[in-house]
Write a protein that binds this ligand. Structure first.
Ligand code: GLC
Length: 744
C-alpha cells in the first residue's frame, strides 16, 4: 500500500490568511497615498512626461531616447522627486534579444504553450522570478510580460506566446508568472487587454462578442489573474472590441477595469495602438512606442488640453497616480537599475525544468517510448534537429548571448531593419547532440528531411526513426491552416512507411493536424522548448524524465471542427500586420458563434471529439483519480479527491476537475486542477475551493449561480472523464467585483 499524504491544499479562491490580506491592503493604501503625494508636487510638464513612452530601439530612422538602453520602450522619470525612468523590455519568455542590440542575450524560457502545458503554477512562478531577475540585471524595471490572451483562434501567429484556451488555467498560470516577475521589483504587464485573437488585420479588425460571453471567457481570465497577481500595468490590445479600439475603449478601460474591478495599476497602450488624444479620457494612462503613432498625443497635445480642459487636467493627475501606484507598489526603486550583461545564475536550469514539464506525450503505441540507451541505431530526421530548437518570432523572441544557432530569413527586408525580428531562429541546444549523448553506443544518422526518399532510406536502416516536425509562428503573421508546412506530412508518411517504429517530435507554436497519426508509434509535442530544449527532448525520449505535460489547447482533427473553418480575413486582408490594410479597410470577427465556449467547451457543445483534447497528456506510469467529494458550506464550494500512481515508476499527474452540467443543462468548464508528483503506489489527497464565477453566468451586471444540481467529474483530459458527482447549490449572486450580493 503506497503512502497516502494530504499533499495539496490548493486553495484557489481568495483564501489567503486574513493577516496576509490585511498586509496587502496596507501596502496598497501606502502606495496610493505616496502616489497622491508625489503627483501633487509635479508640474504638468512632469506629469505629461510620465504618460509618454517612446520606442527604445533604432530602426527606420527612429532614434532611441536619451537615457534609454536598447529595448522596447523608455519613459523619462522625474529625478527631482525620485521618480525613476521606466526602461521597458519584452516579454513573457524572457528579456528579448532585439537582434543583439544590447550586446548580450538572456535566458530563453520555453514558449507560452510549453509553459501552459506544465499546469504547474509554482514552476511558472519560478520562471517569472528568473526572467524578472534578468530584466533588472540587464538594466530594465518594466517587463512587458504576462501574455494571457485565450487561444480563441488556434491559427493566431502569437499562440506560442500565450498559455492556453481556458480562463481558469490561463489566470492561475499567468498570475504565477507575473507574481514571480514582480517579486524581483520589476513591473510586469498583463496583456493584451482584453481580446487579441489574431495578427491578420490586428490594427483594424473588430471583434463582435456579447457582453456575457466576454465576461465569462477573455475578461474572466484577466479578472482572476489581476486579483491574484496585482500586475503593475496592463497593456491594451490593438484590435477593436464591439466598435472602439481596445486602447480607446471606455467600456474596457474604465467601466470594467476601474469601476467593476477596482484595478489600481496603470494601462499602457500597445506599440502603435493610439489614434487620438481622447484615449486618455477613455482610461488609457500611457501611450507606448509613440513614434509609431500618428502623433505623440500624450505629449504636447495632452499638456495643452490639461491646461485648458478640466476633464484632461483631472485625468492627467489620475494617469500619473496610476503609474506612480505601480512604481511604489512593486517597489522598483527611485532610479533605473544598473545595466550589466549578467544572466540569472539558475536561468538555464529553470528553462530546462520548464521544458521537461512542458513536453506532452501525445501517443505511445506498444511502449515505443521511452527509448533504451542501448538501442542499436537511430535515424534522426528534419526540423533542423542538428542545429537546435525553434523560437517563435516577433517582439517576444529571446536568444542567448551567442544569438541564434541558425537564422532563416522570413521577410524580405524592406530596409527598415525591422524584418530581422521575424526571421526563423533556433536556440543552440540541438536535439541530435542530446540524443547522441543519451545513446552513446548507438549508430545515429541525421537527414535534414528535404527529400522524403532519402529520409525513408535512413529510417529503413535504423531501429527507430525520430522525425522532428516544425510549425513556425511569429507575431505579425497567422498560420493559414493547421497543417505542418513545407511537405512535412509527406516526409513523416514516407518515414513511417519505411519504419513503423517512427516517433514524431512536434516543435510547433500551437495545434496541428496529423494525417499520418495512425502510422506512427509515438508522438511528442515539444513546442518551442527554449534555451535547453534539445536536452529536455532527449530526457523525455529516453525516459530520464517521465513526461507530465498536458495540452493547454485543443488539437482539432480538422479545421471543420472549429467555429470558423477559415481564418477571419483570409480572403480580404493581406497576411501580416506590417500592412495596416487599405485606408478605411475593416474586418469583422463574429465571436458570438462560440461566445465563451472556447476550445474544449466548443467541442463539448458540438459533441465533437478532438484529435487530442485539452488536458491530454500520457506518462510512462499510470494514474487513477478517486473519491471525489463535493460540498458547499462556510468554506465555499469545495472538492476533495485522491490521486494515485498505479504504475511502476515515479511520475507527475494533472488531475482536472470539470463542471459538466448545471441546472440550465450541459456545460463543460474547468473549475480546478492539481499537479502532483507521486511515487509508485502513492496516493495524495487534494482539496480545492471553487470560484463560483466558473459555475455561473454573467447576468444583469453580476454573476448568477442558479440554484439546482451541478454535476462534476474528474478528468485526465476534457474528454477522458471519470465518475460524475452531483452537488446541489443554492442561488449565489456576486456583484461585478466578484463580491457576494447579500439579499436583504
Ligand atoms: C508589440 C506587441 C507587444 C509588445 C510591444 C513592444 O507589437 O504587441 O506584445 O510588448 O509591441 O514590443
Amino acid at each position: 500500500m503506497g503512502r497516502t499524504r494530504t499533499a495539496i491544499t490548493s486553495i484557489l479562491f481568495a483564501a489567503a490568511s486574513v493577516s496576509a490580506l490585511a498586509d496587502a491592503q496596507v501596502q496598497e493604501d501606502a502606495a496610493a497615498e505616496r502616489a497622491a503625494e508625489t503627483e501633487s508636487r509635479m508640474t504638468n510638464e512632469e506629469r505629461t512626461n510620465l504618460t509618454l513612452g517612446l520606442m527604445a530601439m533604432e530602426f527606420a530612422g527612429v532614434k532611441s531616447p536619451e537615457g534609454s538602453i536598447p529595448g522596447a520602450g523608455y519613459v523619462p522619470g522625474v529625478p527631482r522627486l525620485g521618480v525613476p525612468a521606466l526602461r521597458e523590455t519584452d516579454a513573457s519568455l524572457g528579456v528579448t534579444w532585439i537582434g543583439g542590440a544590447r550586446g548580450d542575450g538572456a535566458t530563453a524560457l520555453p514558449s507560452g504553450t510549453a509553459q501552459g502545458s506544465t499546469w504547474n503554477p509554482e514552476l511558472i512562478e519560478l520562471g517569472g522570478q528568473t526572467i524578472g531577475a534578468e530584466a533588472r540585471l540587464k538594466g530594465f524595471n518594466v517587463l512587458l510580460a504576462g501574455g494571457i490572451n485565450l487561444m480563441r483562434e488556434p491559427r493566431n501567429g502569437r499562440t506560442f506566446e500565450y498559455l492556453g484556451e481556458d480562463p481558469w488555467h490561463s489566470a492561475i498560470l499567468g498570475a504565477a508568472a507575473v507574481k514571480g516577475i514582480q517579486s524581483q521589483n520589476v513591473i510586469s504587464t498583463m496583456k493584451h487587454f482584453a481580446i487579441n485573437p489574431q495578427e491578420t488585420g490586428r490594427h483594424f479588425m473588430n471583434v463582435k462578442i456579447d457582453g456575457a460571453s466576454l465576461r465569462e471567457s477573455d475578461l474572466l481570465a484577466f479578472e482572476i489573474a489581476i486579483e491574484r497577481a496585482e500586475p503593475g500595468a496592463l497593456m491594451c490590445a490593438y484590435n477593436r472590441t464591439n466598435g472602439p479600439l481596445s486602447c480607446g475603449s471606455k467600456f474596457l478601460l474604465t467601466d470594467v477595469l476601474r469601476d467593476d474591478w477596482g484595478y489600481k495599476g496603470f494601462v499602457m497602450s500597445d506599440w502603435g495602438a493610439v489614434e487620438a488624444l481622447d484615449f486618455a479620457l477613455a482610461g488609457l494612462d500611457q501611450q507606448s512606442g509613440a513614434q509609431l503613432d500618428e502623433d505623440l498625443f500624450f505629449g504636447e497635445p495632452l499638456l495643452e488640453a490639461a491646461s485648458s480642459d478640466p476633464r484632461y487636467r483631472e485625468r492627467l493627475g489620475e494617469m500619473v497616480r496610476n503609474i506612480l501606484h505601480a512604481i511604489y507598489a512593486v517597489g522598483i526603486g527611485d532610479a533605473v537599475p544598473e545595466k550589466t550583461d549578467e544572466e540569472a545564475p539558475n536561468g538555464g536550469e529553470v528553462a530546462l525544468k520548464v521544458a521537461q514539464e512542458g513536453i506532452v506525450l501525445l501517443r505511445n503505441e506498444g511502449g515505443a517510448l521511452p527509448l533504451s540507451p542501448d538501442i542499436g541505431s537511430i535515424a534522426v530526421i528534419g526540423g533542423h534537429a542538428d542545429a537546435g530548437t525553434p523560437s517563435g518570432g516577433g517582439s517576444s523572441r529571446v536568444m542567448g548571448d551567442d544569438g541564434p544557432s541558425i537564422a532563416i530569413p522570413f521577410l524580405r527586408d524592406g530596409g527598415s531593419g525591422f524584418a530581422a525580428l521575424f526571421d526563423r531562429m533556433y536556440h543552440g541546444s540541438a536535439p541530435l547532440d542530446a540524443i547522441r549523448e543519451m545513446a552513446k553506443d548507438a549508430r545515429v544518422t541525421f537527414r535534414d528531411g528535404r527529400y522524403p526518399s532519402e529520409a525513408a532510406l535512413a529510417a529503413a536502416q535504423a531501429d527507430v526513426a525520430i522525425v522532428f516536425a516544425t510549425q513556425y509562428q511569429t507575431e505579425g503573421f497567422d498560420v493559414p491552416d493547421l497543417s505542418l508546412p513545407g511537405g512535412q506530412d509527406a516526409l513523416i508518411a514516407a518515414v513511417a512507411a519505411a519504419n513503423p517504429n517512427t516517433i514524431v517530435v512536434l516543435e510547433t507554436g500551437g495545434p496541428v493536424v496529423m494525417p499520418w497519426l495512425d502510422d506512427v508509434a509515438g508522438v511528442v509535442e515539444a513546442w518551442y522548448a527554449g534555451a535547453r530544449g534539445g536536452e529536455a527532448i532527449a530526457d523525455i525520449l529516453f525516459g530520464k524524465v517521465n513526461p507530465s505535460g498536458h495540452l493547454p489547447i485543443t488539437f482539432p482533427a480538422s479545421l471543420d471542427q472549429l467555429p470558423r473553418p477559415q481564418l477571419d480575413g483570409a480572403e480580404t486582408v493581406e497576411p501580416g500586420f506590417l500592412g495596416r490594410g487599405e485606408p478605411g479597410q475593416t474586418l469583422e470577427a463574429d465571436y458570438t458563434i462560440e461566445g465563451s465556449d472556447i476550445g474544449y467547451r466548443w467541442f463539448a457543445r458540438k459533441g465533437e471529439a478532438a484529435l487530442f483534447p485539452f488536458g491530454h497528456g500520457l506518462s510512462y506510469t499510470s494514474f487513477e483519480h478517486g473519491k471525489l467529494a463535493l460540498a458547499h458550506g462556510d468554506d465555499g464550494i469545495t472538492a476533495r479527491f485522491e490521486m494515485r500512481n498505479t504504475g511502476e515508476r515515479t511520475g507527475a499527474d494533472v488531475a482536472q476537475l470539470y463542471l459538466i452540467s448545471g441546472p440550465e443543462g450541459p456545460k463543460q468548464r474547468l473549475v480546478g486542477f492539481a499537479k502532483q508528483a507521486l511515487e509508485p503506489g502513492e496516493t495524495a489527497a487534494v482539496d480545492l475551493t471553487l470560484d463560483p464565477r466558473l459555475l455561473g453566468e454573467w447576468e444583469e451586471g453580476g454573476w448568477h449561480v442558479a440554484s439546482g444540481e451541478y454535476r462534476f467529474a474528474l478528468g485526465h483530459s476534457a474528454e477522458a472523464l471519470g465518475a460524475v458527482q452531483s452537488l446541489g447549490l443554492p442561488e449565489i449572486r456576486l456583484d461585478a467585483s466578484g463580491h457576494p450580493v447579500v439579499k436583504n
